[in-house]
Design a protein around this ligand. Structure first.
Ligand SMILES: [Zn+2]
Length: 123
């Protein structure tokens, strides 16, 4: 449950931070007319916030990878929980689940699936 939430949070983290900054921009834009110093404060707060968000993102990713490594070491797929890690991909010790076909590298990081581009249809 927590791992699933952490996984979804990590995969959407960039969009989440972008949404927070977009909301901050909207608030700052409104404060230009109401209370201009708040806009300046929000600007500097958001610049410093980049460091905080970057550090938080690294921590969340590290926690998920450790959790994934522990499950992979037991032979359990971190994604679906099946004990079907039958396929070991040759590149850098990546493991692929036989049930959900999700791949993880040796450090426990999720490997984004490569989706082939659709072929052009000849009319
Ligand atoms: Zn799986």
């Amino acid at each position: 449950m927590i791992l699933k939430f952490l996984r979804h949070l990590n995969r959407a983290y960039g969009f989440l931070v972008f949404a927070i900054y977009l909301a901050a921009f909207g608030i700052a834009f409104l404060f230009i007319f109401i209370f201009p110093p708040a806009t300046l404060a929000l600007l500097f707060l958001s610049i410093m916030g980049l460091l905080v968000f970057k550090a938080l993102g690294s921590v969340l990713l590290t926690v998920e990878r450790r959790w994934n490594r522990a499950r992979l070491a037991k032979g359990i797929c971190p994604e679906c929980g099946a004990a079907a890690l039958s396929v070991v991909v040759a590149d850098a010790g990546a493991m692929q689940c036989g049930v959900c076909e999700v791949r993880h590298d040796a450090q426990g990081a999720w490997i984004k699936p490569v989706v082939p581009e659709p072929r052009a249809v000849q009319a």
